[in-house]
Design a binder for this molecule. Structure first.
Ligand code: ZN
Length: 253
């Protein structure tokens, strides 16, 4: 009658070792599930649009985080994404070296909040750049399960500038390419510096979008980009010097 036994000493308790079979199922949530279904069945990304603030979110979600209202408007997008940020990884999750470097990026979509972090299929990591247009490469329909791994990777799509309308286009085209590269690398260095861009976020995102599309910046925008570049450089310097004086308090890049 163990239930009636009274144990006066903890040492009197009998015990044995066994295991309890427990299984957990985590759901992706209502909108998360719809996103996965759309990816599996139609190979497209589902987004949600808020009826109040008109923001669109990827992946689809049920509530607008700004307005706290349900977003009933959901639709797939098929526009290309762009590389918002990326890094190159040489080790796997257990810390051992990978056979070849793996490029991972945050892919965002024009006019859509949020994004998808995934592999970037680039033969040469040096060929990846911020703002580069990419499209998902998916598993075949029969192999898709609704997992994020239904996406094999994001692949660069050709972004040949087709904005040459003036005569003597050849010279213009070379010029445009050069400006784009400069602006792109400046934008990259601003983003990499960790400079808090909050108040300039709008500016940065409009520049990013233009640069991503390969559009030429206006003189004003160019000035702005350079000004932000200077700020980011100062920021980087300040972070560096503070990490030299208080090495314990600062996590360096
Ligand atoms: Zn909203």
């Amino acid at each position: 009658m163990p239930i009636l036994e009274k144990l006066a000493q903890p040492g009197q308790a009998r015990h044995w070792t066994d295991s309890i079979p427990l299984e957990y199922h985590y759901t992706a949530g209502v909108a998360g599930e719809e996103f996965r279904r759309e990816l599996r069945d139609n190979g497209r990304f589902l987004v949600s649009k808020c009826s109040k603030c008109k923001s669109t979110y990827i992946p689809a979600r049920m509530y607008c985080p700004d307005c706290f209202i349900e977003m009933k408007d959901q639709f797939p997008i098929d526009k290309p994404g762009y590389v918002y940020s990326f890094t190159c990884v040489n080790r796997n999750r257990s810390g051992s070296d990978t056979d070849s470097p793996v490029t991972v990026g945050l892919v965002k979509f024009e006019g859509v909040k949020g994004g998808i972090i995934h592999l970037l299929a680039a033969e040469d990591p040096d060929s990846v750049s911020i703002g580069m247009k990419v499209a998902p490469s998916l598993k075949n329909l029969g192999e898709r399960t609704g997992a994020i791994t239904d996406i094999l990777a994001f692949k660069p799509i050709s972004t040949v500038p087709s904005k040459i309308t003036v005569e003597g286009g050849r010279a213009e085209r070379q010029n445009v390419g050069k400006v784009d590269d400069q602006a792109r690398s400046l934008l990259h260095s601003i983003e990499e510096s960790g400079y808090p861009v909050e108040e300039d976020e709008m500016t940065i995102s409009s520049l990013r979008s233009k640069i991503g599309k390969g559009e030429l910046l206006t003189r004003e925008e160019d000035k702005l980009l350079r000004r932000l570049g200077d700020k980011a450089r100062e920021w980087r310097k300040a972070v560096k010097s503070s990490s030299e004086t208080e090495p314990g308090d600062t996590l360096s890049g």
